[in-house]
Design a protein around this ligand. Structure first.
Ligand code: 3H9
Length: 684
């Protein structure tokens, strides 16, 4: 018997139990084990029905995604597994706890019955991996719940709680929590006693036609741009409607095969693993203690401080919120409340919950109130002298062992830490705006930051539902540092006379939801010029009262619906500044030139971050760009994309750009090395 399989018999019920931690992914060994378990019980005359269940935290969480990097899929494949379960002469009951996802859910659908505990969830997350359910899911699910509902569930990728699944007719019986096995056994005894025939999903007719597909497609239309899987999913559902079951299965397998070898899926699978890797810091083992964070202090109740505060409130952590002036404090608190009330108005929160969250804030006007907090997050102006002054004061106020974090986005953390007598307790927690929404947290490790501080903050990121990416100290850390090139180059091109719309379009076509110019307007030009010295283009915009979307005008003009139109005034500001700087006009650049100019230096800077040890690994840079700047997921992030185009192409492109535009494009040594060796940034 295999290492992952246990077969046992309870009364007249054969149990197939799989234990393949952490998530019982359906690897080749696991698929073989399930088939073997079914064979054993089918061969045993004392067994009347079979229950499949999993040990550990979850039912099968789907295919083993790592195996998709090594094609072809080995035998026994998914088809063999599903066919074995579905054609079992004895009835088979899937007993579900945790999450039955992807191939795991498909296996459950190939069984005759499904029993689940209320805490369980079932679903098809394949779309997030650039895939579709390729083991019969697109053909069986519509036979159970109808075409429209099935397409909706598969396109959303969201798991459905067991109770809802029971309502939909996917789950036959809800078991009491903690009593899954005994309930499934009793259920299996019942169905065995009733005798054949036992229902098979494949024998049911598909409810709902092609018209339902159109309606659901429209609902998810934003999901289709740039992604390949949604369109294929629709085709698979169409096949369920128009073809007999077996032919539908074959069509599904064909479509799955196309996705499996697609660049988009490779990129999305890379991102899946990359996101789970960021929290792993090579020199910080499990032995490093995680400190309890029961109470937090946030300094600054502005946009950033308010957003940061909300993260902790939602995690149930009380926050002492410090401002210098009563008016600013009141304004900050009111904004937080308004945000929550807006959520409540949408029905996603009750007013009681709003009040409860607000009651976790202790608004104060003095840093002295931070004497007993476990963590302070400073979120004041990006001004080194102010930050150093605050950290100097915190040093005298905060208890020993409190973590002192700065939300600085560009400044030298080591310089800030030097204002204290305890630099080992100082760390960067760099949130992205809006801080309550954006899922990235850059954790900045200073030269002296202690290991337990890093371990604690990396863990804390999970508590406040952020993905942490560790960064070393440098100007802009990872995300801002690499993405600054995109902003600088777009400004440069604007001054050369390249139409704003062209620049934005090139990045939209690449996959960004928003082009760089529109993004600057959204962030606010005043925020961006803060601290800049000398005359700048954005400074001129701000001086003319054009601060971006919030003032109805920036690079573009905006109407009440935030629709952007071109502005003569903006064109004049740009023209005047171009004259002032003496930039040579070059308005007719090709889209390819624009694309390379905007994106190659980002990858190049990422390479420098790796060389300098600012980022731990290339995949961390990808996660930072995707989660911090909405870099399109289906490209895998800048470094994965750099691998897609290849280091040699990148190197040549950078050299050409360097020749035309100067040192901003000088290739990093790592790019040269990879181009020579034929290597990749991302190695998994
Ligand atoms: C599929 O099924 C295709 C079929 O339709 C068709 C085939 C023909 N494979 O997320 P966690 C690892 S596609 C390999 O931190 P949680 C993960 O990398 C699949 N590895 O835990 C991590 O490793 P490490 C459809 C996997 O408790 C560890 O397990 N299914 C897989 O926060 C723990 O993961 C999915 O897309 C996998 N399938 O969340 C489900 N899953 O410890 C993907 C996890 O080394 N998985 N790992 O970092 C999930 O959504 C979550 O892992 C789950 C648990 C909700 C299950």
């Amino acid at each position: 018997m295999s290492e992952v399989l246990t077969t046992r018999v309870a009364g007249n019920i054969g149990i197939v139990e799989i234990a393949s931690p952490p998530v019982n992914a359906l690897s080749t060994a696991v698929r073989a084990a399930v088939i073997e378990g079914l064979r054993v019980h089918n061969a045993d005359d004392a067994v009347a029905a079979i229950v499949i269940l999993c040990a550990g935290r979850t039912f099968f969480a789907g295919a083993d995604i790592a195996e998709f990097d090594h094609l072809p899929i080995k035998q026994p494949d998914f088809d063999a597994l599903m066919t074995t379960a579905e054609s079992s002469p004895k009835p088979v009951v899937a007993a579900i706890h945790g999450t039955a996802l992807g191939g795991g859910f498909e296996l459950a659908l190939a069984c005759n019955y499904r029993v689940a505990v209320p805490s369980a969830k079932v679903g098809f997350p394949e779309v997030h991996l650039g895939l579709l359910p390729g083991a019969g899911g697109t053909q069986r699910l519509p036979r159970l719940i109808g075409t429209g509902a099935a397409l909706d569930l598969i396109l959303s990728g969201k798991p459905v709680p067991a109770a809802k699944a029971a309502e939909m007719g996917v789950v036959d019986l809800l078991a009491e929590e903690g009593k899954l096995e005994e309930t499934a056994i009793a259920f299996a005894q019942d169905v065995a006693a009733k005798g054949a025939p036992w229902p098979k999903v494949r024998d049911r007719a598909v409810a709902g036609g092609l018209d339902e597909i159109e309606a659901i497609k429209a609902k998810h239309k934003r999901q289709f741009k740039g992604f390949k899987a949604p369109g294929h999913i629709v085709q698979a559902l169409e096949a369920a409607v128009t073809l007999p079951f077996e032919e539908g299965l074959r069509r599904e397998q064909e479509l799955f095969g196309e996705l499996l070898i697609s660049r988009e899926s490779a990129a999305q699978r890379h991102v899946f693993f990359a996101q789970r890797l960021t929290a792993k810091v090579p020199d910080i083992g499990k032995d490093v203690p995680i400190l309890p964070i029961r109470k937090v202090g946030v300094i600054g109740a502005g946009t950033m401080g308010g957003g940061i505060t909300m993260n902790f409130l939602q995690a149930g952590v009380p926050v002492t919120l410090v401002e210098m002036k009563q008016e600013a404090l009141d304004r900050g608190i009111a904004t937080i409340r308004k945000n929550y009330e807006r959520t409540a108005a949408k029905g996603r929160m009750t007013m009681e919950q709003v009040d409860k969250l607000m009651s976790l804030i202790d608004p104060v006007l003095s840093l002295d109130a931070l004497a007993d907090v476990d963590l302070v997050v400073e979120a004041v102006f990006e001004e080194i002298s102010i930050k150093k002054d605050i950290f100097g004061q915190l040093d005298g106020i905060c208890r020993e062992g409190a973590i002192l974090a700065s939300n600085t986005s560009f400044l030298d953390l080591d310089d800030i830490a030097s204002a204290t007598s305890r630099p080992e307790w100082v760390v960067g927690m760099h949130f992205f705006s809006p801080a309550n929404v954006m899922p990235l947290l850059e954790v900045v490790r200073g030269a002296k930051t202690g290991k337990e501080v890093i371990a604690t903050v990396m863990k804390l990121a999970g508590t406040i539902r952020k993905t942490p990416v560790l960064a070393g100290v440098c100007h802009g850390f990872i995300a801002n540092r690499i993405m600054e090139h995109l902003i600088v180059q777009s400004q440069q091109m604007v001054l050369e006379g390249v139409p704003l719309r062209t620049i934005d379009k090139v990045m939209n076509d690449y996959g960004f939801a928003m082009g760089p110019i529109a993004m600057l307007d959204l962030i606010g030009l005043d925020v961006l010029v803060h601290g800049a010295s000398g005359r700048t283009l954005m400074g001129d915009f701000v001086a003319a009262g054009r601060r971006g979307q919030k003032t109805g005008k920036g690079f573009y003009d905006y109407d009440a619906d935030r629709k952007a139109t071109l502005s003569d005034e903006a064109a004049k500001i740009i023209g005047d500044f171009a004259t002032y700087t003496g930039i040579a006009p070059d308005p007719g650049q090709s889209e390819e030139n624009i694309r390379q100019r905007l994106l190659y230096p980002v990858v190049n800077e990422g390479a420098k971050c790796l060389e300098e040890g600012i980022a731990l690994r290339a995949s961390d840079i990808d996660v930072a760009a995707i989660l911090g700047y909405n870099w399109p997921v289906f490209t895998g992030g800048p470094m994965f994309w750099g691998d897609t185009i290849g280091a040699a192409t990148l190197l040549q492109g950078l050299k050409d750009l360097e020749g035309r535009y100067g040192s901003a494009f000088t290739p990093a040594a790592l790019v040269q090395k990879l181009a020579t060796e034929g290597g990749r940034f991302v190695n998994r």
